[in-house]
Design a protein around this ligand. Sequence first.
Ligand SMILES: [Zn+2]
Length: 871
Amino acid sequence: LKKQTASYNLTITAFLVLCIGFLMSCGLFYQPRQSPKVTTEIIKLNLDTVTFNSAWQYIYRASDSKKTLLQHTKLAFSVDFNSQTLAGQATLTLCPNANPSDTVVIDAKAFLLNRVGLIKKNDTTSKLDTIGLEYKYNKAELVVKLPRVYMPNESYILFINYIAQPTQVQAKGSAAIKNAQGLYFINADGKNPLVPKQVWTQGETESTSCWCPTIDNPNQKCTQEFYIKVPKGMICVSNGEKGKSINNRDSTETTVWRMKSPHSPYLFMFAMSDFAVSDNEWKGKPVNYYVDPLYQEYADEIFGKTPLMMEQFSTLLNYPYPWPKYDQVVVHDFVSGAMENTSATIHGSFVQCTTRDLIDKNQEEIIAHELFHQWFGDLVTCESWSNIALNESFATYGEYLWNEVAYGKNIADVGLLEDINAYLSEAKYKTTSIVRYNYADKEDLFDRHSYQKGACVLHMLREQVGDRNFFKSLNLYLTQNAYKTAELANLRLAFEEVTGEDLSWFFNQWFLQAGHPKLKISYAYAPILHKALVNIEQTQDAPALHVFTVPIKIDVYQNGIKNQVQVILNKRKQVFEIDCLNKPDLINVDADKTILCEKVDQKSIPEFIFQYKNAQNYIDQVEALNYLTTVQKNNLSVSEIFELAITDNNYAIRKQAVENIDITDSLVMARSLNKVEALAQKDIKSSVRAAAIKKLATINNLRYVSLFETASKDSSYLVCAAAIKGLGSLNTADGLRIAPTFENEKNLGVIVAVAQLYSNKGTADNYTFYANQLKNKTGYECYDLINHFGNYLLRMSESIIERGTLILLQKATQEKEWPIRYAAYQAIANFASKYNKDTDKDRLTVLNSILSDIREQEKDPKLKLIYSQLK
Ligand SMILES: [Zn+2]
């Protein structure tokens, strides 16, 4: 699975971060990388006081016993949009595994069973000759008594005729997957003109059994054959090769899909809608993109690099893409970001964007993530959810690998640093190992440890063994475990076989133990001994977090020459002596910047300046800029660095520099202001132009009015939104003059910019804008709007507040997501600040009764708990 990238995703991420205490996990699929900008009321809530999990048990989770092997799933089915059910006839080929057995347990959630039987012979016709079987069914597990004892590997074929009722499934979702009913009907009655009529599946973690009887465990693998009756006007996608369709008498069509290589049940999928399709190929294999008809013209722009990615990954791994085709399907209201079903990935509709949207953000990382899963996850599958990192760490690292081959190491490192920071922010409140056998709920495993930390650890492993051995080991791991399942030890053994080294220390420390080193680094020079001293202390808490063993490369720069020494850090406090004729210009610990750690690196300003100019890596430059940002006041040499940085080749450096440069400093202003203005107008990267506009807006100079007005017509929405906000902060009249022309923009960032401008500067006339926007938007899309609307109303007359309160009341009681309801509640609660206890008694009484009604209506346990603590 992978994270989202639409413009409102920052807000979603903000929620995930904010609500950690409640949501407990995030992103089965794709974890958003951007660090969230949290500006809203909800963060004021003290999460520490909220406890949910006292009853949870962190018990050891062994892999499930494999008493029976699922060998083949043949399924014929049709869906009914009216009742939101699926009528299926499954024939499952099974056999006892290690021991003779006369029973089999099948996962089948909320089914109506018509017949359970044993097929007398391998009958593939519709007139199945079956023997009825005795069974017990508790709406979750079907325990079937076979007519006799079967021996290990002696196959039998079970026949199950059933109705699946996904809306009846009693299963909880998680933050990553909002629901767990396996099969989802969207706009089932076709009454919503804005959303296509669709049906699609989501199997991970154990929800395929909501629509297909199976042994719903990642440690099972079987071949598959689907016969899917497709309603007229719809197109169907599923796993594997598409066979010849069958025309039915009722003018529907049955499409046939065959998966001839075994894969796990959670990767089964199908999706139906009136998709538009873009047909492509890679080395003769079909590579198709299924999108809403409205987005047909953009499908190739969005997904077009897929064949090149297949080529690059196949080459890097020396293992060709393992499935007969690769489809990517976009669906509405998806329960997560995207899902790597075997040969048929599903993406949430946020990936659908126009040429103009793509200027600010392409979708390549999520595409790379799901594609890399086709090897790591689908070809080789984690044998249990405890080992989910074998899927997700690799998929997340797949994003790095794609960026590296496509854009070079420095750009890939931008993503790596985001991964490091994402993990470190989670590590502040969560201490756990990447691979973990003790957990409360499997959905908790889909976190930044399994994703981002895992990717960083793989990157360190690559550094440790070298590129050649790294990719050779991955190839061996894939080859040895292809079409099978694996646990962490399989990965370690593959690396050990290739490198000839015992790597237990690395795997134990990084995958099986929690935490990361916190390093305090200081330097000294002993002139008489001609030695440079590097003191490194590991300051992570003892004994909870052990002492790490970390091989470290140290670059020593002296007289224009760089020498490298390698040391091993393995104690709490160590001093490394390095021969040095003179005091070095710079000692750069962790020369390749791959060690996952937090550090306090006690360098001087000249050393950081030297590092910025001479060290090789993006992260070297970031670290230098981070420090220099804090000391730029009245410092000529530092201002020179910023002048360099805002014109660096790497956009991320330019962006960081322009965000942090102090343009109120006279030295900086003299050297760099014109350069910042140039960035705002013509930097090649829209995020840099937007950052420069934001920076210029801080100096409140009316001469930027025309620059901002021009920028508001920029091709990039990001730049347009920054310009509207900038104009709003410079000059009320100009802001209010220009904002109405953007009131109907589709882009949420632009709408939020207008909403922000009106909230600070708007008049009573702007009320309609908010009312219209909030009427048309739901879910996380309206989060920022609600906050701006609340602030806007605070400046308005009593009658406007009253009208606005009705809109907010509706949001506070009817929105599906509780954080949105809570935002609306808070906006209303803020009105109390306007009222005087003595003179506005009546108004306060009305307000309090509205708030108390909202609280009483609330059903969500998390929000109820928050409300109970507010009172
Ligand atoms: Zn994933």
